[in-house]
Design a binder for this molecule. Structure first.
Ligand code: ADP
Ligand code: MG
Length: 260
């Protein structure tokens, strides 16, 4: 029996590589035979687009549904991208859901109640989140076991991280005792820059073993691949980007294998 690990990919800063990491880590895990569900919880719908689909119904309807969460009600929302990769997509309608949620009781736990129904269907559920700490992000944090944080090697990234960390602590205290920042991954890194190594050193001091040793290098093929709605493995299997995301998936799986 499977017991999915739910991972929210979060950073309130935009353009740091959240969606790219959801896409390529998801593909890397799915290629190793794990059953993976990608959840697009950003109304920009980039992950849904990267996967080459547009969705009509989906996540916003789940949020608005008055039905009692059941697996039968949920399955029609899942789109099968391959044998092992599935998507719960969204479109810009999801932006309206926030407003609706404000007036609802237990508004932080809506996504969690639905996704918990899928724990025995998947090995990994990766939730992509919007570039803000809003109710959609909060729902992802309440649903998740772990937060994976992509960061760019810039000095102001560190400030953003302390805000995210205190949000995660607030979520742990009130709603979700499991939640922790399970991983920080440096993306779009230019390893020859002095700034990169300085920022990586301070991240290491701040987050210790949660900082992935693997860095995702700045790599044009990654940007191109998303424009073509392909994972980096399909688009440029021999690129630095493909190498880095494979290494990240390996490190991620090793970390998972360790008792926490
Ligand atoms: N390692 C990388 N090298 C080059 N471009 C990247 C890399 N990671 C992401 N990008 C590009 O940067 C932009 C923002 O990435 P994205 O994953 O959409 O960020 P976020 O979801 O955090 O807003 C996209 O155009 C993406 O293709
Ligand atoms: Mg994004």
């Amino acid at each position: 029996m499977k017991s999915a690990r739910i991972i929210a990919i979060a950073n309130q800063k935009g353009g740091v590589g959240k969606t790219t990491t959801a896409m390529n880590l998801g593909h890397a895990l799915a290629r190793q035979g794990y059953q993976v569900l990608l959840v697009d919880s950003d109304p920009q719908g980039n992950l849904t687009r990267y996967l080459g689909t547009t969705s009509d119904s989906l996540l916003d309807e789940l949020y608005l549904s008055k039905k009692r969460p059941t697996r039968e009600a949920l399955f029609p929302f899942l789109r099968r991208c391959s044998e092992t990769l599935h998507l719960l997509g969204c479109d810009s309608n999801l932006a309206g859901v926030e407003y609706f949620l404000f007036s609802r009781e237990e508004r932080e736990g809506v996504l969690s109640r639905w996704l918990d129904l899928l724990r025995d269907e998947f090995d990994y559920i990766l939730i992509d989140t919007p570039p803000s700490l809003n109710l959609l992000t909060l729902n992802a944090l309440v649903a998740a076991d772990d937060v994976l944080v992509p960061v760019q090697p810039e000095f102001f990234s560190l400030e953003g991280l302390s805000k995210l960390r205190s949000t995660v602590e607030g979520v742990r205290a009130r709603w979700n005792p499991r939640i922790q920042i399970g991983g920080i991954v440096v993306t779009q890194s230019q390893q020859r820059r002095k700034l990169t190594s300085e920022v990586v050193a301070s991240l290491g001091r701040e987050f210790g073993p949660a900082l992935f040793r693997t860095q995702i290098r700045d790599n044009a093929a990654i940007t191109e691949s998303s424009g073509h709605s392909k994972s980096i493995f399909e688009y440029a299997p021999r690129s630095n980007g493909a190498e880095d995301y494979l290494a990240l998936a390996d490190e991620f799986l090793k970390q998972e294998a360790q008792p926490s």
